[in-house]
Design a protein around this ligand. Structure first.
Ligand SMILES: Nc1ncnc2c1ncn2[C@@H]1O[C@H](COP(=O)(O)OP(=O)(O)O)[C@@H](O)[C@H]1O
Ligand SMILES: [Mg+2]
Length: 345
């Protein structure tokens, strides 16, 4: 069971609210410019004190979304609100520093993200100093304890730590400035399987004990179910389904979600891995005929409509019309990308 956050969180406005977020990348020279849409019209709310999982295969746009939300990347279009404030249009002095304090990121690679010449202490002290906060030794030690590390490790160098320990330092660094929201981009995918669950448990604890909101990015639906309150599925730069984690895993509505799920090992599922079924699922994602909403005439290729197919604890379970957009070149690229068929971690 995924522990649920207190019911009161549902009534508070979301910490972050994203509307119509679109990101285009351009490439090529002056006369051969090609535009590539990495994100298209993403709508996403991250409620207070909740973990939202963003799930999708490699290349679906997960990191681009995280980078836009962290303001490391400028969106082409759309709106990002932090506590109701439209952050892309705020020009106030210091607003950007305040934003970077409120929204922290944990990256995928715990080996590349910590400069090897510094002791652990440096990584925790620096964000505090940058944000003009006192960096007391006792605060640093408390941070270490919060993330499950021995406080004496403040004097260690990154190479003296394991991958899991480094990722805990990265989490401590993110927590140092008391963020409202942590964006964790595949924080466990480069760690040994044996230490992954420790990081996931740490995230759950931070939510439950400190009401920290999190966007947990992963390609692994099983870990999303384990850690997140809700799951949002990203396919080719567009959200195609969302809802309560358990409900979404029990009753996936979109063929793309079904495809992702078919790769998740499930002890209760007895039938063997079936490559023919998986190929059929993969094909169905791009087949307009597979869309049950097409006949209703309620949506079209140009009008994205979210169909609500259930509700759990006040959380709507919605699925987007399969007809809308999936047949784009980006969608084909994501679907045919070399994703190992048995991939799960
Ligand atoms: N800086 C960039 N310039 C051009 N294309 C990019 C850039 N960053 C990402 N992309 C493209 O955007 C798409 C989504 O990438 P990404 O967000 O990294 O996906 P994910 O994190 O889900 O694997 C990919 O097709 C990728 O090639
Ligand atoms: Mg990525």
């Amino acid at each position: 069971m995924t522990p649920q956050a207190p019911a009161t969180t549902a009534t508070r406005p979301p910490v972050m609210s994203v509307r119509g977020l679109t990101k285009d990348f351009t490439s090529g020279g002056l006369f051969s410019r090609a535009r590539h849409r990495a994100l298209n019209a993403v709508d996403l709310d991250i409620p207070h004190g909740r973990i939202v999982a963003l799930v999708g295969e490699s290349g679906s746009g997960k990191s681009t979304l995280a980078r836009c939300l962290a303001r490391l990347e400028q969106p082409t279009r759309g709106e990002i609100r932090l506590d109701g404030q439209d952050v892309l249009r705020t020009r106030k002095r210091g607003a950007s520093r305040a934003y970077r304090g409120a929204v922290q990121m944990v990256f995928q690679d715990p080996f590349g993200s910590l400069n090897p010449v510094h002791r652990v202490e440096h990584f925790l002290r620096r964000p505090l100093l940058l944000h003009g906060k006192p960096a007391q030794e006792s605060d640093l030690r408390a941070l270490m304890t919060t993330v499950g590390l021995d406080a004496d490790m403040l004097q260690s160098y990154p190479h003296e730590l394991s991958g899991g320990q480094r990722q805990r330092v990265a989490v401590a660094r993110a927590l140092a400035v008391d963020p409202r929201l942590v964006l964790a981009d595949e924080p466990t995918s480069m760690l040994d399987v044996s230490v992954r669950v420790g990081i996931l448990n740490l995230m759950r604890r931070l939510r439950d004990e400190r009401s920290i909101s999190m966007l947990y990015i992963t390609h692994d639906l099983a870990s999303a179910r384990y850690v997140a309150d809700t799951i949002q599925v990203l396919f080719a730069g567009e959200l195609v389904e969302g809802g309560d984690s358990l409900a979404l895993m029990d009753r996936p509505g979109h063929p793309y979600t079904q495809l992702l799920l078919s790769a998740v090992p499930d002890p209760e599922r007895t039938e063997p891995y079936d490559p023919v079924r998986r190929a059929a699922l993969r094909a169905a994602v791009l087949t307009p005929e597979s869309c049950p909403y097409a006949a209703e005439g309620t949506c079209s290729r140009t009008t994205p409509v979210r169909h609500v197919i259930g509700e759990d604890d006040g959380e709507p379970h919605w699925v987007r019309c399969h007809l809308y957009a999936p047949a784009t070149p980006t969608a084909r690229r994501v679907l045919t990308a070399a994703v190992p068929e048995t991939e799960n971690g």
